[in-house]
Design a binder for this molecule. Sequence first.
Ligand code: UDP
Ligand code: MN
Length: 302
Amino acid sequence: MVRAKYVRFSFTGYLVVLISVMFIITVILSFKLLTIDQCNCLVPDIVKYGIRPTTKLISSKHRLAVLVPYRERFEELLEFVPYIHNFLNNQQISYNIFILNQVDAYRFNRASLINIGFLHTKHDFDYIAMHDVDLLPLNSNLSYAYPKQPFHLAAPDLHPKYHYSKFIGGILLINREHFEIVNGLSNRYWGWGLEDDEFYVRLKDAHLNVTRPENISTGVNNTFRHIHGKDRKRDTTKCFNQREVTRKRDRQTGLHDVRYNILGYKNLEINGAPATIINIQLICNHTATPWCDCSPQKSAKV
Ligand code: UDP
Ligand code: MN
């Protein structure tokens, strides 16, 4: 009798211990799985952009998307990607390079490409560099750190070619919040020029101060290298009422209404430096901006 009672108690005891052990193991295992998922934060980015950890230990907590408007500048691209990769690694910047490759038949639209690059990276990056493919920073004091205010790196007193005081082209760093406040860049600028001047007015209207590098003593000749190929003609054609419209501040278009298709992503590596190419097909509203196509047949209809 006593013995039977002892055996029954012991069996229940074992059962309780077994259930408790299984419970503890389950808790430990699920905690471990959770920890792996949470810490392996780069997984979705690798799938999307092919992001790989940079070679150096990164101290910066903000992430930079280098947005490069691009079409048919392969020679420049081959130089740009490895160069900027090393430059940013030396500054311990956490970044990715995105080549915004315009693949449609319309005239080049630098501003719309940057808007699209921003829309596609804003969830994973805290600030952007609008970066010409042919402008290489030479002075290591040119900082690509997170900008509290829009930071114009290719300042007029440092850029090899453009020296007017309101110039903000070439290389401009801006944080995500500020780029959104001004609704990005205007989409009306097809062909070369003026989209950056219009953006300057957007920043001014939003009371954002453009800051520039200080204490750089290398001047206009030795601060940047402009690797703009000699045979690269700038598309300065004006057709329809382009001249008139693009001289004015655009209060309508920008981030929220840029129209396009993404035709694909490709990850490439140049001398060990990774970059992501985004193939972008822009869509033109021919009624609003007929000058997206200035070919003689189109322009003759005016
Ligand atoms: N760009 C391009 N293909 C073009 C025109 C422009 O890739 O056909 C890009 C490229 O990043 C270039 C930038 O737009 O650096 C500015 O154009 P460009 O160099 O012609 O202007 P610049 O500042 O030299 O007057
Ligand atoms: Mn150039």
